[in-house]
Design a protein around this ligand. Structure first.
Ligand code: ARG
Length: 462
């Protein structure tokens, strides 16, 4: 008795609050309600298939369609009451449908489980997200091409090890990013093929006893096909992981560009300015204009890597088939979608707001012997083996450095002292314009090549 009384006391004190906590802990409606459009779309396709197969009556389908139109309208207008008691987006919508249309609503879940339902919703959601991302990526890449075209002949120092290496054009540099983001677009397109496969019909895990037509449902979605195995269909989230991996790579590219923008904007470098609307000031230092947007994008890269690792870890070692662990797939996924979408939208706009300080780039080009390789190549063309030419130019650079000048400022006699093969025509090779123009092959930085690459880039975007 005593122990029962104690238990009762304990239960009385804790059972309700704990129950609420567990309710909140296990519910997903707060975050999965963002898939409501996909959930309704999925349910309608399922209902049409059930009716076509004679599993539910045509009148039931009509009720379901009528009810779902009302539910849609309620959600759209913010009138819909989401309830944590109903756990997730699926049960919330189904319950409301049933309240509106009665038994037809109760028939909707025939031959279906929330396991195949949620897997379908995520795939529909992700396919939409990929399509949005592709539009934004295209706009961003097209802004990069515009910038590349404008600055196709603008010389800047190309760096290796962050040391001046050889002249390149700013346009060429922008087209490097065009390529990176192009591969990102390819990755999303490839991922989309595996996202767009239909889990519905797998039901809880083993399939269903009704005479369903999965192909018909897949066709309604414009999916590539059905998931071949019911256990796999409800349990794996590799498509979401793959999506996050594509996002992580995209953000890695964004972070590289961001780092360069921040560096180029530093007054010590002064290669570019970005439009004021992407910068913020300081609350204490009146003179400041900080590149907050690229800095944040650099920071958000870590966040997206984190989402990828979350999903990989979520999936690791999960036994077949569905486990509730999988409910945790949504927040990382949605966050990756939001972060990438916002970042691309801002970057497409920001790329158009970059102005180049050609004078500062030109000045930087005189401070690092950027045409030393050109001098070595010149000597090779005069008959010297490359390794000997490399050594001779090394001596010339050392002498120029001691004198405090750049290579073109050395006299012909001074140059001859290191490389007797040098003649008067050497000076055209030592100029930045000469250096650029001579890298005249596909993939090279010669302004003509950059313009040709811009034209090809535009074709690829079309
Ligand atoms: N809210 C769940 C999720 O996101 C839906 C599937 C629930 N299935 C289950 N058997 N509890 O994964």
């Amino acid at each position: 008795m005593t122990s029962n009384a104690n238990q009762y006391t304990w239960a009385g004190r804790f059972s309700e609050p704990v129950s609420d906590l567990v309710k909140r802990y296990t519910a997903s409606v707060d975050f999965d309600q963002r898939m409501w459009r996909q959930d309704i779309r999925g349910s309608l396709a399922h209902a049409r298939m059930l009716a076509k197969q004679g599993i539910i009556a045509a009148a039931d389908l009509a009720d379901i369609e009528r009810g779902m139109a009302i539910v849609s309208e309620e959600i759209e207008s913010g009138k819909f009451e989401w309830s944590v008691d109903l756990e997730d987006v699926h049960l919330n919508i189904e319950k409301r449908l049933t309240a509106l249309v009665g038994d037809a609503g109760k028939r909707l879940h025939t031959g279906r489980s929330r396991n195949d339902q949620v897997a379908t919703d995520i795939r529909l959601y992700l396919r939409d997200a990929i399509d949005d991302i592709q539009v934004l990526l295209k706009a961003f890449r097209s802004a990069l091409v515009d910038l590349a075209e404008k600055e196709a002949a603008t010389p800047m120092p190309g760096f290796t090890h962050l040391q001046v290496a050889q002249p390149v054009t700013f346009g060429h540099h922008m087209l490097a990013y065009f390529e990176m983001f192009g591969r990102d677009a390819e990755r999303y397109a490839d991922c989309r093929k595996r996202v767009a496969r239909l889990p519905l019909g797998a039901a809880a895990l083993a399939g269903t006893t009704y005479p369903i037509d999965r192909e018909y449902v897949a066709e309604q979605f414009g999916f590539e096909g059905v998931c071949e195995n019911s256990l796999d269909a409800v349990s794996d989230r590799d498509f979401a992981i793959e999506f996050c991996a594509a996002c992580a790579l995209l953000m890695m590219h964004i972070s590289r560009l961001s780092e360069e923008l921040v560096m180029w904007m530093s007054p010590r470098v002064g290669f570019i300015q970005i439009a004021d609307r992407f910068c913020t000031g300081s609350s204490i230092m009146p003179q400041k204009k900080n590149p907050d947007v690229p800095e944040l994008a650099r920071g958000k890269t870590g966040r997206v890597y984190g989402q990828l690792i979350s999903l990989l870890t979520l999936m690791k070692s999960q036994p077949l088939a569905y486990n509730k662990d999988n409910q945790e797939d949504k927040e990382p996924l949605f966050d990756a979608v939001d972060t990438v979408t916002d970042t691309l939208r801002i970057f497409a706009d920001m790329a158009g707001g970059i102005t180049v300080r050609a004078d500062n780039m030109q000045a930087a080009l005189t401070q690092g012997f950027a045409t030393a390789t050109d001098l070595a190549d010149y000597l090779v063309k005069k008959g010297l083996p490359f390794r000997d030419a490399h050594e001779a130019v090394g001596h010339a650079v050392k002498a120029a450095e001691a004198k405090g000048v750049d290579l073109p400022q050395l006299t012909l006699d001074e140059l001859k002292a290191f490389c007797p093969q040098v003649e008067n025509d050497v000076f055209s090779v030592l100029t930045v314009a000469g250096s650029l123009a001579s890298r005249n092959h596909i993939g090279g930085t010669a302004p003509d090549q950059v313009r040709a690459a811009v034209a090809r880039a535009r074709q690829r975007l079309a």
